[in-house]
Design a protein around this ligand. Structure first.
Ligand code: HEM
Length: 459
């Protein structure tokens, strides 16, 4: 007689924890991350051949991912397992309300559907003349030759540009408003990065000031909305605010005033500093690579000469775009895209526990030697059309990917292309010697402690 043993359900082995970087017993890698976030996270990713590494920030488990596959898993394939971190939401809500950087789920999807068409490749060329005019006006006000900090200058220039693109107005003549904006963005930065990250209702002096600033800014934008309404429908489409006021949901209804305000402030916050940092890095890299600068100047000389740059010129300025894209490869303004696991899940075959913070490390992704040969070298040739097309999917992500991919990417690329051309056309920029400039990550990646340069208007 033969006997068969009762069949047992096959037990699947639980996925293992991701390879762990050893940190201090109590704090994990908190101290290193607090001191120098980008170096700490890049260092962790460099020791992770599979592009996934686990570590702790104090008691909280965290993971950094830095290969095209692991990044795509977090941002696309298993995106529903991750949300924005609680800290990000808490820090951004006071200024940006329920705008796209805060909202999730159906509200987020509905807002993206209505906003994205206004930032499409067909729509953004209408903003080109404004970008060029603002840049030229800004440059013309310099008494040159002059020594400047390029980081501060690019911040002011992009602030002027973004307020024109959004509201057809400038904050620079209104000192109280300009100060409120700077301080409010600084408060947000502090809330996102400080160890304590106290919520706005805690009555500290810093929080009280932030509440006043936020009220000032929101009142200013509300006034714009009211003025537009009373001026009638003709004023729509002159700027992004006009577009958002005139757009309609599928059911024919318009965006509420409160959401209009939230989305305008979100676009402002999401675009101004990212664009400024991208441009500052571009100038810095051009300053340290005379061969690239020479070729760029030649392209502009041959194509545009001394006349004002127009959108139609961009197709004939391919090297200019390659320079901007390569600068964002080496120094992506949004270097770390944060997420938090909302349930137990897996990543690259490893277990991820609910609550784990996940950092999509674009800085290290853009330096994968198997994708980018000699990754530390500044080589705009990598973005020649055929070479760019040959890049693996998800290898270059300055604007993220998936359901939260930057809706302003076409505008940002056009603005970067135009500004790179205008600045090279109108100025000679010479970096001052003896500077030690390092990437520093607060929310965005900026050159620290700034980039001192001698600028001179060309005749
Ligand atoms: C060089 C300039 C820029 C860079 C590097 C950049 C980068 C990014 C990245 C990486 C994300 C994805 C964040 C995530 O997945 O959590 C993002 C989101 C976003 N960006 Fe940009 N951005 C730039 C310019 C702009 C501009 C010009 C606008 C608008 C006019 C804009 C509006 C937004 C908004 C609203 C989001 C949130 C999208 C969502 O969560 O649905 N950005 N940006």
């Amino acid at each position: 007689m033969t006997t068969t043993s009762p069949s047992l359900p096959l037990e699947r082995a639980a996925p293992p924890a991701p390879p762990r970087a050893r940190g201090s017993l109590l704090l994990g890698h908190a101290r290193q991350i607090q001191r120098d976030t980008i170096t700490a996270l890049a260092g962790l990713s460099a020791k992770a051949p599979e592009g996934i590494v686990g570590f702790r920030i104090g008691p909280s488990p965290a993971i950094a991912v830095s290969t095209p596959d692991t990044v795509r898993e977090v941002l696309i394939e298993r995106a529903e397992d991750y949300a924005r971190g609680r800290r990000q939401t808490r820090a951004l809500t006071p200024l940006m309300g329920q705008g796209l950087l805060v909202s999730e789920g159906p509200v987020h999807a509905r807002q993206r559907r209505i906003i994205l068409p206004h930032l499409s490749p067909r729509q953004v060329p209408k903003y080109a003349d404004t970008v060029v005019a603002e840049a030229e006006r800004y440059i013309a006000e310099w008494k040159t030759p002059q020594e400047v900090d390029l980081v501060a200058e690019m911040n002011s220039m992009t602030m002027d540009i973004v307020t024109q693109l959004l509201f057809s107005s400038s904050s620079r003549d209104n000192q109280a408003l300009a100060r409120a904006i700077t301080e409010a963005f600084e408060w947000e930065m502090h809330a996102l990065t400080s160890v304590l990250g106290l919520p706005l209702w805690v009555p500290t002096a810093r929080n009280r000031r932030a509440r006043e600033n936020i009220a000032t800014i929101r009142a200013w934008i509300s006034r714009f909305i009211e003025e537009r309404r009373s001026a009638g429908p003709d004023t729509s489409s002159v700027d992004l605010l006009g577009d958002l006021m005139s757009t309609r949901y599928e059911d024919g209804s318009a965006m509420s005033d409160s959401l209009l305000l939230d989305e305008a402030l979100t676009a402002w916050g999401a675009s101004q500093e990212t664009s400024a940092d991208a441009q500052a890095w571009t100038l810095y890299l051009l300053g340290t690579h005379p061969d690239v600068r020479e070729r760029l100047h030649q392209e502009i000389e041959d194509t545009v000469g001394r006349r004002t740059v127009r959108h139609e010129d961009l197709a004939d300025l391919p090297y200019c775009m390659q320079v901007f894209k390569e600068a964002m490869r080496l120094f992506p303004p949004a270097s770390m895209i944060p997420r938090q696991a909302v349930r137990d899940t897996t990543l690259g075959g490893y277990a991820v526990k609910k609550g784990t913070m996940v950092f999509v490390n674009a800085y290290s992704l853009h330096r994968r030697p198997e994708v980018f040969e000699d990754p530390e070298a500044f080589d705009p040739g990598r973005f020649e059309r055929s070479r760019e097309r040959a890049l693996p999917k998800g290898a270059y992500l300055p604007f993220g990917t998936g359901g939260n991919v930057c809706p302003g990417s076409h505008l940002a690329l056009m603005e970067g292309h135009l500004l790179t051309a205008v600045l090279a056309q109108r100025l000679t920029v010479e970096l001052l010697p003896g500077q030690r400039i390092r990437p520093h990550l607060m929310v965005n990646l900026r050159p620290d402690p700034g980039v001192r340069a001698r600028v001179c208007l060309k005749d």
